[in-house]
Design a protein around this ligand. Structure first.
Ligand code: HEC
Length: 461
């Protein structure tokens, strides 16, 4: 630009140079995709394949399948509309605060391209250069699973507008002891299944004849003794003692996509005989009867897990108190917080903010002993439907003696369209209830004790 202004003073002499500059500029602009008429081939396919197709293909949650040009162009106007108003792709975390793996986020220019494409009639473009649609494994996060276990019985969800809490046992028997690299949970009913916390039961050699003993689906009554439930499920060894239980090997919340760590991080030992225990299987209220038969997919590893991950829950049912106690008065917007202090230096892998329907916003951060703040996650507009386990691109290193803090704002007024009560009622934590209409405030973190070099590990795949 400076060059241009200078030349302007001596117009005659500068004119050919200016023409030359203009020519270069035109060539440059026309070779630059962004200003070109967006077509399916030159721009739209790659945007949709990255940000939409993972959930919009057969067997996935998104209803519409967006794989071929026909499927995508047919819905160009709808795609333009849902992206313009920010409804899709679903990514509640503020990317200006912290960044994660596998973000579903459109840049301003991608957003504009989708609008422009729809307005101009969704052209295909150069049909010889259509990008290949991405390869996905049906119903699967990555390659073919080594073991697929389905709930032995489908759960009939009665349409009585009441929350339901179940425990399912998925027994298995394999050829020999092995290692688990990753576990994937595929809900059979994504509309109604709100939560699941999966544990792994391992029977030592010779301790259990028939892993299928007992009931496979039991209602989880909050007041019933847990041991009684475990006995009904036939979890005990043949001598009546209980086998080892590895807690929280897999968790599900609305929209969660399973996390897969690089080899060497996470993973579990898996004995020849055992069972997955799907606890806290929580189905939201529905007026229409429905059913669920969820599936667990297991990916075996070759090596023993070197660095098992640790999980910590802050807040409701967790290790730190919610302050003030989580009681949300009607017709008010109120704020709560919870925090812990780290007793060792840690490498933080994932964070999962969890609230229910009254959630309005959420913020998680760490404060180092020297006073510096490490931003962890910020959700400016809470959305109950998308509660990812956000995975950092690289572990976030948090020094020993840091405070890990979470702040949640709840909107218990009539202006919250998700408020389950009209007029609003006092809502809060109730005993150990996890009903959708009661509230929870949790910040779940997964981490490793720090090791030198952790800051350079890539968690992307
Ligand atoms: C993480 C999964 C996920 C991603 C990524 C995603 N969607 Fe969706 N989408 C869904 C689900 C699930 C629904 C069903 C609606 C619901 O339950 O809220 C949906 C619904 C829709 C609908 C139907 C809206 C209606 O009114 O019926 C459209 C259109 C849509 N998505 C377009 C897109 C587009 C375009 C993208 C990419 C820019 C995208 N989605 C990315 C999961 C996803």
């Amino acid at each position: 630009m400076i060059f241009f202004i200078k030349e302007k003073q001596n117009f005659k002499k500068g004119f050919p140079v200016f023409l030359c500059f203009l020519f270069v500029l035109v060539v440059f602009l026309s070779s630059c995709n962004n200003s070109e008429q967006p077509t399916f081939t030159n721009r739209i396919a790659s945007i949709v394949y990255k940000n939409c197709t993972p959930c919009h293909r057969s067997g996935e949650a998104g209803g519409y399948s967006f794989v071929t040009y026909e499927e995508i162009s047919k819905h160009a106007d709808l795609i333009a509309a849902v992206t313009k108003d920010g409804y899709m792709p679903p990514w509640p975390a503020d990317t200006a605060y912290s960044r994660f793996c596998d973000e579903f986020v459109l840049t301003q220019s991608e957003l504009q391209a989708l609008q422009l494409w729809a307005e101009s009639g969704a052209p295909l473009g150069d049909e010889n250069n259509i990008p290949k649609s991405p390869e996905f494994f049906v119903d699967s996060i990555h390659e073919k699973p080594d073991l697929i276990l389905k709930m032995t019985k489908s759960f009939f969800i009665k349409g009585d507008n009441a929350d339901k809490f179940m425990i399912a046992k998925l027994p298995y028997e394999i050829a020999h002891d092995t290692f688990i690299r990753a576990i994937e949970f595929v809900p059979g009913n994504r509309k109604l299944l709100h939560h699941m916390n999966g544990h792994l039961v391992s029977y030592p050699e010779g301790k259990k004849k028939n892993v299928s003993d007992g009931e496979h689906l039991v209602e989880m009554n909050m007041d019933t003794d847990q041991i009684l439930i475990y006995q009904r499920l036939g979890l005990q060894n043949d001598d009546g003692t209980f086998p080892a239980l590895t807690p929280s090997v897999i968790n599900y919340l609305p929209g969660v996509i399973s996390t897969v760590y690089p080899e060497g991080i996470g993973g579990y030992r898996m004995s020849k005989k055992g069972a997955f225990l799907l606890k806290d299987l929580h189905y939201g209220p529905t007026p229409v009867s429905d059913s669920d038969q969820s599936v667990i997919k297991v990916y075996f590893g070759n090596k023993p897990p070197k660095r098992p991950t640790n999980e910590l829950i802050l807040g409701t049912l967790g290790v730190s108190e919610v302050l003030p106690p989580l009681q949300i008065p009607p017709d008010e917007v109120s704020s709560f917080s919870t925090e812990i202090t780290t007793t060792e230096k840690i490498s933080l892998l994932t964070v999962n903010p969890h609230l229910h329907l009254l959630g309005k916003s959420f913020k998680g951060y760490a404060i180092k002993p020297n006073g510096d703040t490490i931003p962890l996650v910020r959700i400016n507009k809470w959305d109950f439907r998308w509660q990812y386990f956000y995975t950092y691109k690289k572990p976030v290193i948090i020094p020993k003696g840091s405070r890990i803090c979470a702040e949640a704002v709840f909107d218990n007024t009539t202006s919250n369209p998700n408020n389950p009560f009209s007029p609003p009622r006092q809502v809060g934590e109730r005993n150990t209830s996890m009903r959708t209409t009661d509230e929870m405030f949790q910040f779940i973190i997964t981490f490793l004790p720090y090791r030198r070099g952790d800051e350079n590990i890539s968690l992307e795949h």
